[in-house]
Write a protein that binds this ligand. Structure first.
Ligand SMILES: [Zn+2]
Length: 85
């Protein structure tokens, strides 16, 4: 099926996500078109905010909005003690 260019582009972008094939990408794109513009904006903002603010803690390599992360900066923790599971 031939889609109009902006829709084809949206489907193409969704297909870049892991586990998203052409059918799922189409469903997601159609859902976006049904959503109110304000909801779509919120969606875009969440993606951009996560991308801008989330980094990796250089101490424990966990994802965090701070570097070092909230856990590594917690002074109540004893850095000489580890938990082995
Ligand atoms: Zn950390």
């Amino acid at each position: 099926m031939q889609y109009t260019k902006p829709l084809a582009r949206l489907i193409e972008e969704f297909q870049k996500l892991p586990g998203i094939g052409p059918k799922s990408a189409q469903r997601m794109a159609f859902q976006i078109l049904k959503m109110p513009s304000a909801e779509v904006q919120k969606f875009c903002d969440a993606i951009l905010e996560a991308k801008e603010k989330i980094k990796y803690c250089r101490t424990c390599f966990n994802m965090s909005s701070e570097d070092p992360c909230e856990i590594c900066t917690d002074t109540r923790r004893d850095e000489h003690m580890i938990c082995v599971v």
